[in-house]
Design a protein around this ligand. Structure first.
Ligand SMILES: Cc1cc2nc3c(=O)[nH]c(=O)nc-3n(C[C@H](O)[C@H](O)[C@H](O)COP(=O)(O)OP(=O)(O)OC[C@H]3O[C@@H](n4cnc5c(N)ncnc54)[C@H](O)[C@@H]3O)c2cc1C
Length: 379
């Protein structure tokens, strides 16, 4: 057993950290305050070859592993969780299903430009009446000649307003339940695809999340992803890997809260001493650091399982559950440690506190993570 990161992993962390100091940190507060999508930085991430990190070079990827990808999401999220999440949705939720289930033609046409960063991807599963219960979806795809016609609506779709392509899940045969769901590749600009407005969120405010509507949206047969009825399986497998990305996002947010807390504990003087000399503060720092290190081990272990070709569904759920709850708990502690200034807008820990919460909700709530973990143990 070797807990050391390889030279490649250390280099990628150092590279992303340098990138963040130069480009992400300076605009992170504005990105949050104005809920402004960091388009220039996403373009720069593409120039660094970081939009297709774990995918083969023949499909435009960097040919690195999933652990490298997790480190990139962690480091980006440490600076700006909205930027980390934008890359996560693109890489885990849009690229993965195309890589794993696409035909060679689909990979060349869609995965290649996604991995090269020529366009962003999105993933549309959730509906107003079908969140955790994805099988309650009412968006339909009806066979019509040499294609399908999609009708219905999706909600909370990240990257949708800027996506060049969306992987969409729709019912092709309602009588079959989950086996009646199919996945489709829907390029931006397809007639009948309507992107609603950017939702005003509590955290990760610079990431774009919107409603997506389908009104007689015609999709050619060649854009069916996997076979008919494979959609639920594709969605669940995609989310398994995505959870490693969300765990990494939560880890980056929590690490930033710790970094800010250590710095402030040394700077802030009360009763004639830095507050870090008080045992109450020392214990907060110790608890934060321990929870964060445990989150990191779970997250990297899940990524390692993915890279080794081992089962990773339970491991990814454990990592997401623990890292997201750590991020919420420890960003709360970070505000406590900062006292009043921590509650004021413009203080980094205030933003981190709001950014952390969503990691317990999307790509499966903490309740769903507990269902996945216990389901694996009790079967
Ligand atoms: C900012 C943001 C971005 C998102 N991005 C995307 C995206 O890109 N693509 C996409 O498809 N979706 C996306 N989502 C949707 C997200 O994945 C869902 O919000 C999430 O899965 C929960 O679904 P829901 O909101 O309908 O909650 P519900 O399913 O209504 O759940 C409400 C509560 O009930 C609990 N619950 C539900 N069922 C059970 C059960 N059987 N047992 C125990 N507890 C249960 C839940 O855990 C939760 O606490 C996004 C959401 C947000 C807020």
């Amino acid at each position: 057993m070797d807990f050391n990161l390889t030279e490649e992993h250390r280099l990628i962390r150092a590279g992303v950290r340098e990138f963040c100091e130069k480009y992400v940190d300076p605009i992170a507060e504005m990105t949050d305050d104005e809920a402004k999508f960091p388009a220039d930085n996403i373009r720069k991430l593409a120039e660094q070859d970081w939009l297709g990190i774990p995918y083969p070079q023949q499909y435009g990827g960097a040919g690195s592993d999933y652990l490298s990808y997790a480190i990139v999401v962690e480091e980006l999220s440490r600076a700006c969780a909205a930027t980390g999440f934008t890359l996560e949705v693109h890489t885990s939720l849009a690229c993965f299903p195309l890589f794993r289930f696409g035909t060679e033609e689909q990979k060349q046409k869609y995965l290649l430009p996604l991995c090269k960063g020529e366009m962003l991807g999105a993933f549309a599963l959730t509906e107003p009446g079908a969140g955790t219960d994805a099988a309650a979806a009412t968006t339909t795809a009806v066979k019509d000649g040499d294609g399908y016609v999609l009708n219905g609506s999706k909600i909370f779709i990240s990257n949708a307003p800027v996506a060049g392509v969306i992987v969409v899940f729709a019912m092709t045969d309602r009588s079959k339940g989950t086996k009646g769901i199919s996945a489709f590749i829907v390029p931006a600009g397809t007639p009948g695809l309507i992107i609603g407005k950017h939702l005003n969120k509590m955290g990760i405010r610079g990431a774009l999340t919107a409603e997506v509507l389908f009104k007689d949206c015609r999709i050619p047969q060649e854009n069916l992803l996997g076979g008919e009825g494979q959609g639920f399986k594709i969605a669940m497998m995609t989310l398994d890997g995505g959870r490693i990305g969300i765990a990494a996002q939560a880890l980056g947010i929590a690490q930033a809260a710790l970094d800010e807390s250590v710095r402030y504990s040394k700077e802030r003087v009360q009763f004639g001493k830095p507050i870090g000399t008080f045992q109450a503060i020392q214990w907060m720092i110790a608890n934060m650091a321990t929870d964060i290190e445990a989150s990191r081990l779970l997250t990297y272990h899940a990524a390692w399982c993915y890279d080794q070709g081992l089962p990773y569904s339970k491991e990814a759920a454990m990592a997401k559950l623990f890292a997201s709850e750590t991020a919420s708990r420890q960003t709360d502690r970070a505000i406590q440690l900062h006292g009043g200034i921590g509650y004021i807008k413009g203080t980094k820990v205030e933003r981190l506190y709001r950014d952390a919460k969503i990691t317990e909700i999307y790509e499966g709530t903490s309740e769903v993570m507990r269902m996945v973990i216990s389901g694996n143990l009790l079967r």
